[in-house]
Design a protein around this ligand. Structure first.
Ligand SMILES: [Ca+2]
Ligand SMILES: [Ca+2]
Ligand SMILES: [Ca+2]
Length: 335
């Protein structure tokens, strides 16, 4: 009613124009000069402080997950920074106890707020435990849970899944076959464990990132010393929506091969990133792996009815390697 009263006094086209103008102003508030680096900032105190992952928010701002030794409850604490689109801190929060904590991954679930995964040595079942925290949009803790056993257990990714809840990707020393195994605890939206899967052999194995597929199920980026060639090989696992392994493949050479990021592109396509250390060379190369389309992703290698080779890409199909590893986050998966 108030709107109608005011439109009687002000021409309607002016109201529409003013609405469009304010909408345009709010959208353009984050616009920056067309420069290569519109801004850069540092955050932290006198001790070591680390930003590990960043997620963009609908208002143009960001949430940053990392850890800090400069503030908090002792040693390293998980550290979350809510920034506006210019990098100004809106709020920051540390979580943890007297031992080491890290926030490794952060994501924005459909319901808003934040889901954070990392590790804690201050609580849980012993040594490091996987640690998942659910925060509201203001950074208030809604719930936190630890997962793990007596060994060292770590989380590296925590994507929200289309069906609700989350899938943690990490590694466990408490379960599985030997050494570390890739570990995938499936959580509901309140953090309750729905199921968990561990994959690996007698050596160290891990799951470093997950990309959800449109038809259900996930593609897991992992790394293995138990399979493949030489020391570490990249390890790609295709799981269905219940966590059953449909197929897996290793990619690598006799040197060090490692993937620590997975992005779902449109149409069910997947891009993974990591580093590869060509045998006999003294430097790492950045490494991008583009997986095939949805029809390939769901197929069982070697069992395609039309006889096509549906295997995930071999190293020969990878794009030319970049000689600039610096943009890669080498810590995710190493910590
Ligand atoms: Ca701490
Ligand atoms: Ca543990
Ligand atoms: Ca293992």
């Amino acid at each position: 009613m108030a709107r109608k009263a005011s439109s009687a006094a002000v021409p309607e086209y002016l109201l529409i124009a003013s609405g469009l103008l304010s909408l345009g102003l709010s959208l353009s508030a984050c616009a920056t000069a067309d420069r290569l680096i519109p801004w850069q900032r540092t955050y932290g105190g006198p001790e070591d402080d680390w930003a590990n992952e960043i997620a963009m928010l609908p208002d143009g701002g960001f949430i940053v997950a990392g850890w800090t030794e400069s503030t908090g409850a002792g040693k390293e604490d998980a550290w979350l920074l809510r920034l506006d689109c210019f990098g100004t801190i809106l709020w920051e929060r540390t979580c943890g106890g007297g031992e080491d904590e890290k926030a490794i991954a952060v994501a924005v679930p459909p319901g808003g707020g934040f889901i954070v995964a990392g590790s804690t040595a201050s609580k849980g079942a012993g040594k490091g435990d996987v640690w998942v925290l659910r925060l509201d949009p203001s950074g208030r803790l809604l719930w936190e849970r630890t997962y793990g056993g007596g060994g060292d257990d770590r989380a590296y990714d925590v994507p929200p899944l289309p069906g609700g809840g989350f899938l943690v990707a990490g590694r466990t020393e408490s379960k599985g076959t030997g050494g570390n195994d890739a570990w995938l605890p499936r959580l509901d939206s309140s953090g309750n464990l729905l199921w968990e899967r561990a994959f690996g052999g007698g050596e160290d194995d891990n799951a470093s990132a997950v990309a959800a597929l449109p038809g259900g199920g996930v593609m897991v980026a992992g790394n293995t010393e138990s399979k493949g060639t030489g020391s570490w090989d990249a390890w790609i696992l295709r799981l269905d929506a219940r966590g059953a392994l449909l197929w897996d493949r290793t990619l690598g050479n006799a040197g060090f091969n490692w993937i620590n990021a997975a992005a779902a592109l449109s149409g069910g396509k997947i891009l993974m990133a990591g580093v590869t250390f060509p045998a006999g060379e003294r430097h790492m190369d950045a490494w991008l792996i583009r997986l095939g389309d949805k029809s390939e992703l769901g197929a069982t290698p070697g069992a395609a009815p039309n006889g096509r080779n549906t295997s995930p890409p071999s190293a020969a199909r990878l794009p030319p390697r970049l000689r600039r590893p610096a943009w890669l986050n080498s810590t995710k998966g190493f910590s």
